[in-house]
Design a protein. Structure first.
Length: 321
């Protein structure tokens, strides 16, 4: 699907600061010298059973693309596919989850559109603003930068294990992380000043790291020992039934772009391809500002860790150690 989206015609409009070329998190359009509008859309079938949680996580995930650009959200619109056979209470609960989470970000749902469909799908388009000279793209990493990651990896495996009935108890930390806004992390990176950022979603850590590397024509090194994984993820990914299909499709898509050092075990490799919903921010920050970023994140209650660095372009976009 990504390949098709990349074939969209290139815009000649000089005010479209971020368009489709760099697979960035949101489109950015300059309205004046000091104001740009930021726009993003995400929608999914339910990734969790509880309708309220589904609404909350969808909102946190949609807002994340705004925060990844260093922007401030203004309002959201909703997109709903809903079957006739299901009680409208379920939809009301999904909406309530989203409304509550968006309220935490200081915004409301200003409208939307719904259609009848066989399967529930729900999503949000979020519109935000940013100063044109303050946009944080995913393609502007610099050689020598350190890579900082917030939130652990492995949510895809865990939500899919819950769906397949393999995991009876819901692991609290995963849900907490998926519900958590990337707002504080975004505010910290804007305050410190960083070179590039993207949020970790469907392409997994390696997919999004590879977009960051390709966008800047550099190579990204990930030190897998420094990446945090949700506790249960390593155990669960060993069983094929728990594996989201995207682990394999991400691996295939990234063939020729990612290289592993021989000592990175198969469990770790699979988790690095694991698709995340409402994952954390991957931030490329100048080495001299990294310490400041980590301590400001800590002060704001955000867990953040250095997981790699950016180097001159090698044979592969991403090297994993
Ligand atoms: Co994104
Ligand atoms: Co998105
Ligand atoms: Co960005």
């Amino acid at each position: 699907m990504m390949q098709v989206l990349h074939q969209l015609p290139k815009s000649e409009d000089p005010n479209l600061i971020v368009g489709n070329e760099s697979a960035d998190d949101a489109a950015v359009y300059r309205l004046s010298d000091d104001l740009a509008v930021v726009s993003t859309l995400d929608f999914f079938p339910p990734m969790v059973d509880d309708p309220y949680d589904f609404g909350v996580i969808t909102a946190a995930n949609a807002l994340s693309d705004i925060y990844a650009m260093g922007a401030t959200p203004c309002f959201a619109t909703a997109m709903v596919c809903f079957p006739k056979s299901l009680s409208l209470d379920v939809l009301a609960t999904i909406m309530r989850g989203s409304i509550d989470k968006l309220a935490e970000a200081g915004i409301v749902i200003a409208g939307g559109h719904s259609i009848e469909d066989k399967e529930v799908k729900f999503g949000l388009s979020v519109t935000g603003t940013v100063r044109p000279d303050k946009v944080i793209k995913n393609s502007s990493a610099k050689a020598g930068d350190l890579l900082v990651l917030t939130k652990p990896i492995g949510a895809g495996v865990i939500t899919s294990a819950i769906k397949s009935g393999k995991l009876k108890e819901e692991p609290l930390l995963v849900f907490e992380a998926m519900r958590e806004l990337n707002r504080a992390a975004s505010e910290a990176m804007v305050e410190v000043g960083v070179n590039a950022c993207t949020d970790i979603t469907g392409f997994g850590l390696l997919g999004h790291a590879s977009e960051m590397a390709e966008g800047a024509a550099l190579t990204v090194r990930i030190y897998s020992r420094d990446v945090r994984f949700f506790e249960e993820a390593g155990r669960l990914v060993k069983s094929k039934k728990n594996r989201p299909r995207a682990i394999e499709s991400n691996r295939v898509f990234l063939k020729g772009r990612v290289v592993f050092s021989a000592d990175v075990d198969e469990t770790t490799r699979m988790l690095l391809f694991d698709p995340q919903t409402s994952g954390g921010l991957l931030i490329s920050v100048g080495r001299e500002r990294a310490e400041g970023l980590l301590s400001l994140m800590a002060a704001k209650g955000v867990d953040a860790f250095t997981v790699g660095e950016v180097t001159g372009r090698g044979e592969y976009a991403v090297e994993v150690y």
